[in-house]
Design a binder for this molecule. Sequence first.
Ligand code: ADP
Ligand code: MG
Length: 568
Amino acid sequence: MAKKQFKAESKRLLDLMINSIYTHKEIFLRELISNASDAVDKLAYKALTDDQVGLNRDDFQITLTPDQLGRTLTISDNGIGMTRDELEQNLGTIARSGSLQFKQDMDAEKKADVDIIGQFGVGFYSAFMVADKVTVTSRAYGSDEAWCWESTGVDGYTLSPAEKEAPGTDIVLHIKADTEDDKYGEYLEQYRLDDLIKKYSDYIHYPIRMLMHKSRQKERPEDADEDYKSEWEDYDEWETLNSMVPLWQRPKSEVTEEEYNAFYKEHYGDWEDPLSVIHVRAEGQVEYKAMLYIPTRAPYDFYSRDFEKGLQLYSSGVLIMDKCADLLPDHFRFVRGVVDSPDFSLNISREVLQHTRQLKVIAANLEKKIKAELLRIQKDEREKYETFWASFGRQLKYGALEDYGAHKELLKDLLLFFSSKEGKLTTLAEYRGRMAEDQPYVYYASGESVEQIAKLPQVERILDKGYEILYLTDEPDEFIMDALGVWDEKPLKSVSDDDALPQTDEEKAEAEKKAEENKDVLDFVKETLGEKIKEARISKILKSGAVCLTADGPITLEMEKYFARMDQ
Ligand code: ADP
Ligand code: MG
């Protein structure tokens, strides 16, 4: 049969897997179980509304079958299955966001940092770390034909018709031969597999079963005499390996950081640990549990239209919606995670759900929790917060401006700006805390870069007074200053404002005198520049710079530039 070729990027990842010297090859099992669980989730979800499925929740399962003699490990699920096209699409191409990101990172680093493999959910291809041939037989729900996908690695794969009685997928791993360094045979040992499932997949909420080979003592016969020697017998028994309690259902104190992180990476296609986990259990007017993650870095599509916000919504451990957008405000749309509440019925429709009071209460509570956690990190783990800020600061800034500033009160404490005094990022509250009471305003200055702003003539005089200035380099910054207007009774003021430094009566008189004396010069300037400027006057804000441009009215120069660009 003619072999089909993998797409180029898939080939690279595959190559990496096959030749992996990665020490935690065991994660392949976690990946395959997670796929099986996703597939079962999809069919179980369908079964909620479609009687045709004919399966109850209790019927779903994932099985592991090691075969020592044949040296194969089979992972089966009775989930949604794959059609011929899906087999080709899903297993022949890397379409996953995570994998793409992975590939980009590899390209950027130009080296195969093998450790990244373990950090990151590498998906289906991780099977090739332990198997030299992989056979996938699948039958999609709703189809009456089955297909077999088979590959020995980089030289391509084959697709052929197959037999399979019920929907679902069987994945047969032909386990590699042992080498000096790697004892692949361990992945055929039932106790090792049991350990791995408990370590990585314990909370998967479908039973993962294995036919365990056991021995037991035979019952002592009634008529046994004193010399009776106990006898042993072998038998096989299906055993459920996982406890099936979802992570978020467990008490916080019993979940390790490793478990939290593993769940995150596996479910959200990130290769990096999350910045923080928020695990809450609420029992008030609405009962729910939530496990939320703040990612360390923005996914590659975060600032594009493709990115979809939302949390997974469960009802007592059963998934009822994969991306429930209404649970997250836009300004916190980077948050990932799950909400589980027994207050929602399993087959509630999207439309009804949107309008339930419970959903609104949960969303409002979560918003508060997220803010509180971000403030905690800002206070206790500043470096971490700055990493967060680098990824999502922009989102918070836009959030503060969105909906006519409806969220600015909530978000204002989270914002960071560059401080002239500290030489690093600061919050408005921190600035205010350092500010002398006789300083009239909270100052800010805008420009392309911190270096450029520091050189502005308008800045100099304010700095000379010993006042701190916020250097704004990002587009939304000035709009935020404008929207906030004042911080704790001190107005926010652009250093370019004419009255940035209030004058004493003497200074005022002095200035008027100067203007009078220089009237000829000013008239000359106005005449020469004509319509380009509104008026020429003696500056109250300059010190050593000879001349500067000032905006007239509430729009500053930087804002004018911004609008000019938007118009183009
Ligand atoms: P991911 O799980 O992140 O999407 P994987 O590489 O693990 O990436 O899997 C690729 C795709 O293959 C999955 O998205 C899914 O569509 C399909 N797939 C893998 N395993 C199964 C399975 N057991 N049943 C149905 N579909 C599967
Ligand atoms: Mg996967």
